[in-house]
Structure formats: C-alpha cells, structure tokens
Write a protein that binds this ligand. Structure first.
Ligand code: SF4
Length: 575
C-alpha cells in the first residue's frame, strides 16, 4: 500500500512509501496521527496549511462484514480542534483495493472546481467548471457520465463551496446516490477552501486486498458475522426499523430532546418513529433496509419515497429525524425526509443544520414547528448562499452569536445530538469531554444507559457514567480504526468472542500477532494524541463542559439536571 498525496497549491501528485510507524494504522488512528504529525494546531482551518487525510479502515476492501467505513481527518472549522469524521458508502473499499493507505490533500488551488481522479494508474487533477454550484446529486450524475457508471464520487455541494462551517462531504452509496457523508465538523468547507469539488474513484483493474492467511481470515469473518447477526440490535432492530427505532425508545425514556432541549418528550413523536417510517416506506414501495456498502450485513439504511411513490431520499436516520423533528417541534416525516434530501444535496450536516434551525427558532424571526419556513429557507436562502442562508449553514454557535441567543446546545462549537445529557448522563460525559466536540458516536453510552447493552447503568444517576464514557471512547477510537461500522459495537459489548474475532481478522490479513489488549492500547493512544493536539490549539478543561443551562434547568418528565461535577468530568481522560 502507498500514501497518495495531492498538493493543490502546486497541482502536484505523488505516491509515497508508508513510513513504518504508519503501517499498523488505518482509519481514525492514521488520520489523527498524520494531522498530529503534519499540521500546526494553531492554523486557521480554512487556510492552505490545513490538510484533509482520507484513510480506509484496516479491514476495508476485505470480506469482513460491514467493514466499509472510511475516516477523514483535518482541523475542523466548526470546533477549531482535531477532527475525525467517518462515512459509509463505497469509497473505503475502492481505495483499499487500489492500495491507498491514505490520501492526503494539502495546499489550496487558485482554480476552483477541481476533480481528483483516482484509478489503478494513479491520480490526476482535472478542472471542470460545469460543476460549479451544483448539488451532490447532479455532480454525481455528471461525473458518472464522464468517468463511468461504476465510479465512487466523493464531493461537496454549494455549502462546501460557500465554506459554510456545517458543510459535509458526500460519498455515494451502492445505488450511486450521495447519501452517505462525512457529516460532522464542517470538513466540506475545508474541501471547498482548497478548490476541490470532487474525488472520483475507479477501482476497476485494482489488485484488491492481500490476505496473509486466507483460511484464518475466512473463519474469523464467518464467526464475527454470526455474532453480529445473532444480536437483537445489530441482527434485527436496525434492519427492521433503521436507527429511527430509537425515536420511541428515547421518547419513552424521557431523553428525546424537544423544542431546543426544553423537555425530554415530544407528544407526537410517534408520527416520526422508526415504526411509522418503516410502514410508510413499505406502503410507497421504498426499501426499509438497505446496505450503504457491499458486505454490510446490518443494513440500517433505507430508501424513502414521497407520497407519489417517487424516490425522495435514502439513509434517513434517527439523528436527522430528531434534529428536524422533535428538536424543531416538527412532526411531519415527509418534510423531514425533504430536509434530509436537501442536506445531502447541498452538502450540509443534518445534525448541525437541524440544531441551527432550532436556535434560529429562538429569535423573533421564526416560530418552532414552522416547517414551511424551514423549507423556504432551504429553497431560497441556503442554496443560493444569501446572508441568512450562510448564517444558518454555519452552525448553531454562529447563530447564537449573530442573533444574541444564549440557549445554544453545543460543546467545542459543535451541536449536541439527539440524546439529552440530563436524561442519558453517560452520553453527556462524552459530549463534554470528547476530543471531537459534542458527538454521540465518540462514546455511545446510550448502550448501557438506555439499551441495556454491555451492562446497565441508570441513565438518570451520575454514578458510573465517567467510567462508562471513558471505556466507550477508547473502544470507539479503536473500532474507528478498523473500518467496521460502529454498530458492530452492540454485539462486541455483549459477546466476549466478538473482539477476539476482530483481532483474528486483522492478524489473518496482515500477518500480525495482536491481542485484545493491543486494541485498547491503540484506542488510548489515538485519544492521547488528539487531546494533545487540541491542547496545543488552545483547548483547556473549560472546554470540557456542557452549556450552563443543562446544569441549571431541570428536564421534564424526570426533572433531572446534569449534575456531574467538573472534577469528575476531568477524570474521563485519566487513563
Ligand atoms: S449498518 Fe448502516 S451505517 Fe453501518 S455500514 Fe451498514 S448500512 Fe452503513
């Protein structure tokens, strides 16, 4: 494998040998290490000194189940700290098969609308003015016409071109739709600042991934698949209702943030639940289960049709439904699906954008629940980049600053997602302390707090939450390295044979002799360098705190506040 590097300032491309210290790394471990090694933490994230580092997971490109996740690392324009964002879709497997250990994009071009083409012969830069201002759906269509139907397209929409700090980077899925995304952290703005509109990946004629011990790999992979499929969440619930199965569960638990985190129950939540969504999809001829990349056996994704039975969007997820639903007091699933489609096309993170709207609804200019006005702002303001469109596309913190609103649910500049930290305290610890800003995936304590996976810890009490979050943050950093979808964690937490199977697959692929302790060491090492990077960027303990209203306001229906003391939060990173 090689490191492939593109210098956009000089329009130069290169393939480099992989340094020894990078050889055991992949995914997040590699992106964070390269950012740590090559980028000054004090730079402006949109300057040409920033880099984008794309890295397939260690198991990507193999037949390991659900192993097609890819990481991108950078300095985030939203958090101003180190960022790892990961995505499904077909990019990870394609790059791994082409022998790309990491793709490093650096510098910035004076010419916009560049396309980086990657295939078995290497990489080259081309210019395509016709892509300017296009949404991700049209970009994909044009590039497939030009480079072939089977290519993967990684692209930014207008939001990235405008350098909105909630901008995402889209990745096409198995149906060639730009519905998977490096969503969080505004990395679409970094790509836009570099003048790079799209990356086209064609794996035709690639040599594929080499396995050191094919039989051992097959055996471990078979065992791991069985464990995943045997778990009620990863083997059944995700496939039946998608991640939206969580709407009713969190609502029942009193932890579904509603009306900008004023209560933990949304009266009409059921209209937007996974059960309702699945029924609607079936009635209209969509797909209630769908795999975002070949080889995913959990299939949490879906294809959602409009009331005329025409395709509207795909990959409609719990966090998106929540962000435009309960958080904004909107209970119309078709409107929410439209907003999801819009975010995928223009290239915006659905969580950040939904929370941005909810903060805008705190002003005198908009009411909670006004779905028509959300639609109008999407259609008339955001796509064309009016001043209001740019403000809303630049995140909740930004809206708070512009309109003088202090009820802004963010940590380190990034919006808090779909689990109220007062009613799911373990995830509150993760929001506060993660190196990534508020991010549920960084340490998904919803497992033991709500789902009773990997043990059981009372979500309303503070006891045990710091240890839970710490363990999950370490484990997540390691899983983000493998290319495995994080949803395998449900099975990993409940079945003691799961982690050894992952280690066996890695050993069989690379001829290594890792053990399960090495996985934990790797997770800790990743968090350590990410934290050190953030400290050099100016982060202190004061940044590891939730907004004050979570401490001072009690959340109905359980009337609980976030009561973990600051010094307890500071213990999270003691390992
Ligand atoms: S479980 Fe869902 S997100 Fe994960 S790889 Fe499969 S389809 Fe993609």
């Amino acid at each position: 494998m090689k490191i492939w590097r593109v210098d956009l300032s000089n329009h130069k491309v290169a393939q480099e040998e992989v340094p020894e210290k990078y050889q055991p790394l992949g995914g997040r471990a590699l992106t964070s290490q390269v950012i740590y090694d090559e980028v000054d933490p004090t730079i402006h994230p949109l300057s040409d000194e920033n880099k984008l580092v794309f890295a397939p997971g260690l198991l990507s490109g193999t037949r390991a189940p659900s192993s097609g996740r890819i990481s991108v690392g950078s300095v985030s324009p939203l958090t101003k700290g180190i960022k790892e964002s990961n995505s499904g879709g077909t990019a990870s497997q394609d790059l791994a098969k082409l022998g790309v250990k990491a793709l490093i994009v650096e510098g910035s071009s004076e010419i916009d609308n560049l396309v980086l083409v990657i295939d078995k012969d290497g990489l080259r830069l081309e210019k395509d003015e016709s892509l300017k201002g296009l949404g991700n759906y049209d970009v994909g269509d044009k590039l497939r016409n030009k480079y072939g139907d089977s290519v993967t397209v990684v692209s930014i929409g207008p939001a990235g071109e405008y350098k909105m700090t909630a901008a995402s980077i889209a990745v096409t899925d198995t149906d060639d739709r730009p519905v998977r995304a490096f969503g969080r952290g505004g990395l679409g703005a970094v790509m836009g600042a570099k003048g790079l509109k799209a990356i086209v990946i064609n794996d035709e004629g690639s040599s594929g991934v080499n396995l050191q011990n094919e039989d051992a790999f097959k055996e471990a992979s078979r065992k791991f698949s069985k464990i995943i499929l045997g778990h009620p969440v990863s083997g059944e619930a995700l496939r039946t209702y998608g991640t939206a199965v969580l709407i009713n569960i969190l609502n029942e638990a009193g932890g579904l943030p509603t009306k900008n985190f004023r209560t933990g129950r949304f009266d009409t939540a059921d209209k937007t639940s996974g059960e309702t969504m699945t029924e609607t999809i079936k009635e209209r001829g969509g797909k209630p289960s769908h795999a975002c990349h070949p080889g995913c056996i959990m299939g949490c994704s879906n294809v959602y049709h409009d009331e005329n039975g025409e395709y509207l969007t795909a990959g409609l997820e719990y966090e998106t439904i929540w962000a435009f639903g309960a958080q904004c007091e909107i209970d119309d699933l078709d409107y929410i699906a439209y907003f999801d489609r819009y975010c995928d096309d223009i290239g915006l993170d659905t969580i950040e954008t939904g929370v941005s709207f909810s903060v805008y609804m705190e002003t005198d200019f908009m009411e909670f629940g006004d779905k028509e006005e959300v639609k109008r702002i999407f259609d008339e303001e955001i796509r064309s980049g009016t001043p209001l469109g740019q403000i809303i596309g630049s995140g909740a913190d930004n809206i708070g600053r512009v309109f003088g609103i202090d009820r802004v649910p963010t940590v380190k500049g990034q919006s808090i997602p779909a689990y109220d930290p007062r009613a799911v305290k373990g995830v509150g610890v993760t929001y506060a302390t993660s190196t990534q800003g508020a991010d549920h995936t960084a340490g998904y304590s919803v497992t033991a707090n709500i789902l009773k996976v990997g043990g059981e810890i009372d979500p309303l009490k503070k006891e045990g939450q710091v240890d839970l979050s710490r363990d999950l943050q370490v484990a997540t950093a390691a899983i983000d390295t493998t290319g495995l979808c994080l949803f395998v964690a449900f099975a990993v937490l409940d079945n003691e044979d799961a982690l050894p199977s992952i280690v066996d697959m890695i050993n069989a692929q690379y001829g290594t002799e890792l053990n399960v302790d090495d996985v934990s060491k790797l997770g800790k090492q990743i968090l350590k360098i990410e934290r050190e990077f953030n400290e050099k960027a100016g982060f202190t303990k004061a940044h590891d705190r939730l907004p004050k209203f979570f401490k001072s306001e009690k959340l109905p229906p359980h009337n609980v506040n976030f009561d973990l003391e600051d010094d307890k939060l500071d213990e999270t990173y003691k390992f």
